[in-house]
Design a binder for this molecule. Structure first.
Ligand code: TYD
Ligand code: MG
Length: 452
């Protein structure tokens, strides 16, 4: 009898079955069986009895020879910075993001710049026809039009093309659309995505081609499929921002060749994505200075960034009242509201609270707590933070006992605020507790009245 070419392995307990089953007979979990290529037979290798291998000689790490490979710069400064200086030959990069965020645009631009710099490239489109890719490239300019393209979804054909062409850099748009014919699962299923990435990784390592896998992420952040690739690839980039809004950010969630702190800021314009280098200046210039607005001196990786945080507090008819936030974590908001109520006399129990980070920026650091607290308290009291002339800058983590906790890079945050003409930020250095910080920021001890 012919050996089956695929098996189904439980992602929970590792049990394998020749056929797909809804429930794993091994552990009883549902929907955990994932299709995989059957392992090649051991080819008559003797079984039983441990094989004795010759001992290896360990060497000190300092003596390990390292080949310093030059990076391939994509010509997009913000992207190169996030990558840690450019693409590493033979590496596998996963770029995730919601549909419409600009993944095809960014990768198309990068390949165009690489072509101009004399590198060989290949764009594999599984989603759009070659003509559609061309139409986008026309908007991106001359160099993007020089990128060779194939529109193909068959993994074998794609692998054969990469092996024949041996480009320096290849973009697969997207990993969910390719399919390995030997697996029966639909394109985009966990088994397929894993197989596609595994094969492409081998091709990348063997031929020294840097491969960028584009992957769609759902709103909930699960890289529907691609998340299962995170351990496999060298670098995971997440492209974030809201489609309707101007600013988008690229950050590294994992990077074997660089820091994961870097964030690149982009803006979608007529001719593709434009790097935003003066984001702080724009956000400060646009800050409203109205009650409920405050400027957060945040750190985006190694770079300070000033962003406006706005809050609205209004009487609620709902039980429980609404808690809506954009650009910050919901749990962070819940924590800050609880501390405000318990330790700073700002109760929002019967009010709807909305908090927004302006410009579609997402702030993912504890230093944002104080900005949320000041914005909410100012909105609840209907007073303006600071002296009313200039936006008030702040940063700091809020502790559960009402204390303010220091955050990293206080000096760089303060320097950024000073650079844009804002006074000394309200911070844990200036006020040890949230109550004192509110006094500094809002200038009084008035009781918290919810703005009508
Ligand atoms: P796209 O890169 O196709 O997104 P993704 O591959 O992540 O799904 O493009 C996203 C949007 O950007 C699309 O709606 C059209 C718009 N866009 C511009 O505004 N300007 C441009 O120059 C280009 C190429 C696209
Ligand atoms: Mg696309």
């Amino acid at each position: 009898m012919a050996r089956p070419t695929t098996i189904h392995v439980c992602s929970n307990c590792g049990h394998s079955e020749p056929r797909w089953m809804g429930q794993c007979p091994g552990c009883g979990e549902w929907n955990t069986l994932v299709e995989e290529r059957a392992p090649a037979s051991a080819g008559g290798a003797k079984t039983g009895g441990a094989r004795r291998a010759a001992a290896l000689r360990p060497i000190a790490l300092a003596d390990v020879p390292v080949e310093r490979v030059p990076r391939m710069q994509c010509g997009i400064g913000e992207l190169d910075r996030v990558l840690g200086g450019g693409l590493v030959p033979g590496s596998l990069v996963l770029m995730g993001g919601e549909p419409g965020i600009g993944k095809s645009t960014l990768t198309g631009m990068a390949l165009g710049h690489l072509e101009s710099a004399g590198r060989t490239t290949l764009y594999v489109s599984g989603e759009e026809s070659a003509a559609q890719v061309r139409l986008r490239a026309e908007r991106l300019g001359e160099s993007a039009l020089r990128v060779p393209v194939i529109a193909e979804t068959d993994l074998d054909a794609v692998v054969a093309t990469i092996e024949a062409e041996r480009p320096d850099v290849c973009v697969i748009d997207s990993v969910q659309t390719l399919h390995a014919p030997e697996l029966t699962g639909a394109p985009g299923s966990v088994g397929q995505v894993r197989e596609v990435a595994g094969r492409l990784m081998r091709v990348a390592k063997e031929g020294g081609t840097a491969i960028v896998l584009v992957g769609h992420v759902t709103k909930e952040g699960s890289l529907a499929g691609p998340r299962v690739l995170e351990h496999l690839v060298d670098c995971v980039l997440l492209f974030e921002g809201e489609r309707e809004r101007t600013y988008r950010t690229v950050r590294a969630l994992k990077n074997r060749f660089g820091s994961t702190n870097e964030v690149g800021v982009f803006e979608m314009a007529e001719g593709g994505l434009v790097e935003v280098l003066d984001a702080s200046a724009r956000f400060v210039g646009q800050a409203t200075r109205a009650p409920g607005s405050v400027v957060l001196a945040s750190m985006e990786g190694s770079r300070p960034l000033l962003v406006e945080v706005q809050a609205l507090v209004s009487p609620s008819e709902l039980v429980p009242p609404r808690r809506v936030c954009n650009g910050i974590d919901r749990n962070r908001l819940a924590l800050v509201l609880a501390v405000l109520g318990r330790h700073a006399g700002v109760s929002t129990g019967t009010a709807d609270v909305f908090v927004n980070v302006v410009g579609g920026v997402r702030v993912d650091e504890p230093g944002a707590d104080l900005a949320i607290a000041i914005a909410v308290a100012a909105a609840a009291r209907g007073v303006t933070a600071g002296d009313g002339r200039l936006p008030l800058a702040c940063f700091g983590e809020v502790g559960l006992t009402g204390e303010l906790r220091p955050v990293a890079h206080a000096d760089r945050r303060s320097a950024e605020a000073a650079k844009f003409g804002l006074g000394t930020p309200v911070s844990p250095e200036a006020a040890p507790t949230l109550r004192q910080a509110l006094k500094l920021a809002l200038g009084d001890g008035r009781p918290a009245v919810q703005a009508a």
